[in-house]
Design a protein around this ligand. Structure first.
Ligand code: FAD
Length: 410
């Protein structure tokens, strides 16, 4: 008999499994429909021996020391600061928009003070910010919005920013200095030997049994367990009784190229050309040396694996009903990105899982601070909710004076 059945071997499930097994001495069965552990953060070597991220680039960044220290028990780190270029008007320009972006785009030579004036001049005054378009246009004006944000968002979400709630692009980071880092978090690093190795170490405790290629429904009633930690989609758990919660999905096209380096930056965004949104070259992320290089192109689509909850008020209403059901289901804890229908970065999911574990064993090892509508913990995490962008762009948030201060999306 297992004390816990954990559905899903991604960050949420693996962190709770590790804690329950090694700290609380519980016997745990962790199960996943996929043929691997690690959830969306899974990485592996492709046929050419290059380390790739199967479900798109995963960059670790956090402001939370407890989260970073916890994960450090299972991996060494490779220091890594992420950088992104956007292909605009035939040039590759730094994103988030900074002093160099504006100067290169317009062939100018502005100083930090002058670019501040520039943003003030181009920004459109608005009495009420309602949509994502309003958020951007009121910050950087219509022209930069059209060049960097509008079409990227249309591709990413299949909707015009004018149809998307302002919360999707909560803040538009603009920097008046030359800082071209994508994130400004205190801790920015990649697991030295990859995410999968880190997960293997987390789950290597003798109290943890792993079962892959299995839906939890296949073993319910066959393998006895005490309580369940559920990290799959919440609507699926309740047989879609209130309808399907919409997600935006992605198709990943992986390629290996016969050259040592393919592009000038780890990620190049294509707001205005191609059907894909961005191209990632993995060797930048992993530091691997190899005479070939592997890249992935991301094609947003409506159908497929659930990646990004679609942030519209009607979906939040549906989720509320599922949450009420979840709260009224004894013996099942709903944790992680799919079970709480939120776009969370990895560090936020780790924080949520650590908090849930503490609640389960009613042993508050960490100070719990209610955050993100009271549903998520704050272990030194910034309160900004990460969202897919131009989300990616929204991720490197700024405090408005050019110094980015919060973590965000990926
Ligand atoms: C394209 C993309 C890029 C991202 N980039 C970043 C980034 O750069 N930085 C960052 O911090 N975060 C990033 N994220 C977010 C990151 O992937 C998540 O925060 C994290 O993976 C969530 O972990 P999780 O355990 O909640 O969910 P998941 O990783 O999705 O794990 C849930 C697991 O549950 C399993 N499951 C579901 N239903 C069942 C069932 N019925 N039975 C058994 N198993 C089931 C699934 O197969 C899955 O493996 C990115 C996400 C995406 C989609």
């Amino acid at each position: 008999m297992f004390d816990y059945l954990i559905v899903g071997a991604g960050f949420a499930g693996s962190v709770i499994a590790e804690r329950l097994a090694s700290e609380a001495g519980k016997k745990v069965l962790i199960i996943d429909t996929r043929n691997h552990i690690g959830g969306n953060a899974y990485d592996c070597y492709d046929n050419h021996g290059i380390l790739i991220h199967k479900y798109g680039p995963h960059i670790f960044h956090t402001n939370s020391r407890p989260v970073f220290e916890y994960l450090s028990k299972f991996t060494e780190w490779r220091p890594y600061e992420h950088r992104v270029l956007a292909s605009v008007d035939g040039q590759l320009l730094p994103i988030p928009i900074n002093l160099n972006t504006v100067n290169k785009l317009y062939g100018l030579n502005l100083t930090s003070f002058e670019v501040k004036d520039f943003f003030t001049k181009v920004a459109e005054q608005m009495s009420y910010i309602r949509t994502s378009e309003d958020v951007v246009v009121s910050k950087v004006g219509r022209e930069l919005y059209e060049k960097f944000f509008r079409n990227y968002t249309r591709k990413q979400w299949g909707m015009d920013p004018s149809e998307l709630d302002k919360s999707v692009i909560a803040r538009v980071p603009t920097r008046t200095n030359r800082d071209d880092r994508y994130f400004t978090d205190t801790y920015q690093a990649m697991p030295l030997h990859g995410y999968t190795r880190m997960f293997e170490k987390m789950l290597s405790h003798p109290n943890i049994k792993i079962m892959l290629n299995t839906d939890y429904r296949e073993i319910e009633g066959i393998i006895p367990y005490g309580e369940m930690i559920y990290t799959g989609p919440v609507d699926s758990y309740f047989n879609y009784c209130y309808g399907k919660l919409p997600y935006r999905s992605l198709e990943f096209k992986h390629e290996t190229l016969n050259v040592p380096v393919h592009q000038q930056a780890p990620v190049v965004n294509y707001p205005n050309e191609h059907l894909y949104t961005r191209c990632t070259e993995f060797k930048y992320l992993t530091g691997q040396e190899h005479q070939k290089t592997s890249v992935v192109y991301e094609y947003p689509q409506a159908e497929g694996d659930p990646y990004y909850p679609v942030p519209r008020p009607e979906n939040a209403e549906i989720y509320k009903k599922y949450k009420a059901l979840a709260d009224a289901t004894p013996g099942v804890h709903f944790v992680g990105r799919l079970a709480t229908y939120r776009y969370y970065n990895m560090d936020q999911v780790v924080a949520q899982a650590l908090t849930t574990y503490s609640q389960i064993v009613t042993k508050p090892t960490i100070e719990l601070v209610s955050d993100l509508n009271g549903s998520s913990p704050n272990l030194g995490l910034d309160k900004a909710v990460d969202r897919p962008l131009p989300l990616e762009i929204a991720s490197a948030s700024s405090n408005g004076n050019g110094t980015a201060k919060s973590p965000a999306v990926s």
